[in-house]
Design a protein around this ligand. Structure first.
Ligand code: MG
Length: 367
């Protein structure tokens, strides 16, 4: 029992041997400001191309302790821009709360302010979780009882590009053990990308087609072609609402299929059973860590696989996502590695593997 009682539940005293009183009686304060993540290379996926990603940094302070969060706003999050996310955050009044450990009450309130706006809600969720971890002096993985040795390797993403750039990017990915390759354009281009990578390395590859293929017979032919070239899984080959054709592909695919654009929040998961083998959870899609943990439990209960993904984010969001990575099958949390002006340090990739630190909260430090 002694070992069990050393793992605190949120809202309780943090250690059994030396109870440390948690601060009480203060008010939660939130501030936020825009920042631009500059990317090392132009990043192209099926449908979008960009050189930077707009983000909003969020700080929640309680009794002199500050938690940090990030709301990344990539262009594929429809309707979520710097303007709309700022307007949403201006409506968030955390001064009505005097106990940061009432995370359910606080995040229910934030989620209820307006529909959608998942990126901004995610930023608040991350900052709040970082805050309660810091108030307890514990990393979130420890508060949740997750084993840090169970973290997976992260894949390293290679966007669509010319043959010369694919060769260069594949060589730059040398420290990483799995490559995540973006496909979903023409058959000629998709096959050129994979063949070019295979000239450089035999590493495992995972594929994200970002809804780029429109015909189920073509998609299955491509999946079989990829399977023969050492590919390990396929993410979102078809448009997000094409469930019948996707279920047909999943039934016949030699590779496990994962839904990303088809799976935004917890409520989406039950209808994806049988459509995909697994889901891709991203904090900006699902409003953050609170719901991500529920999604893992729900997907597992339905016999589905789970991966954790990201967008081009700082080490703030990436370190937050890393906290739940001991519970997933695949991880693609390399977004901080694709930017040149990361304003946080945090989770490190060591020998390709996500390596959690002992810092409290999300395990990230503002630079
Ligand atoms: Mg994806």
């Amino acid at each position: 029992m002694a070992a069990l009682s050393a793992v605190p539940m949120i809202g309780t005293s943090c250690t059994s041997s030396t109870p440390k009183p948690l601060p009480k009686g203060g008010k939660l304060r939130m501030r936020f400001y825009p920042y631009t993540n500059e990317m090392a290379h132009t990043f192209t996926i099926s449908g979008f191309s960009r050189n930077s990603t707009q983000i909003i940094l969020i700080e929640i302070t309680y009794e002199g302790v500050t938690g940090y969060g990030e709301a990344a706003l990539p262009p594929y999050m429809a309707g979520q821009t710097l303007e709309t996310a700022t307007a949403f955050l201006q409506q968030v009044d955390l001064s009505r709360f005097d106990d940061p450990f009432m995370t359910d009450d606080i995040l229910d309130y934030v989620d209820g302010i307006a529909p959608g706006m998942t990126c901004a809600k995610c930023g608040v969720d991350i900052a709040l979780h970082d805050l309660i971890g810091k108030l307890c002096g514990l990393p979130l993985w420890r508060m949740w009882g997750y084993n840090p040795t169970h973290t997976p390797c992260t894949s390293f993403t290679i966007g669509m590009d010319t043959r010369e750039m694919i060769i260069q990017k594949t060589k730059e990915a040398e420290p990483y053990k799995i490559l995540k390759v973006k496909l979903g354009s023409t058959e000629e281009n998709d096959k050129m990308i994979i063949s070019t990578i295979r000239e450089v390395t035999d590493k495992p590859i995972v594929i994200d087609a970002n809804q780029g293929w429109k015909d189920k017979y073509y998609a299955l032919d491509m999946i079989n072609w990829l399977y023969e070239r050492g590919v390990q899984m396929i993410e979102q080959p078809m448009p997000k609402t094409v469930f019948d054709d996707m279920a047909w592909i999943t039934e016949r695919s030699p590779l496990p299929t994962y839904g990303d654009e088809s799976c935004q929040r917890l409520v989406d998961i039950p209808k994806l059973q049988g459509v995909f083998n697994g889901i891709n959870i991203k904090l900006i899609k699902c409003t953050g860590l609170r719901e991500a943990n529920k999604m893992i439990t729900t997907a597992r209960s339905l016999g589905m696989h789970v991966m954790i993904g990201c967008t081009t984010e700082t080490s703030c969001s990436i370190s937050a996502a890393a906290q739940i990575s001991p519970k997933v099958d695949f991880a693609d949390i390399d977004g901080n590695l694709l930017i040149t002006n990361d304003c946080f340090s945090g989770m490190k990739i060591i020998d390709g593997k996500i390596t959690l630190n002992d810092l409290p909260g999300i395990g990230a430090t503002k630079l």
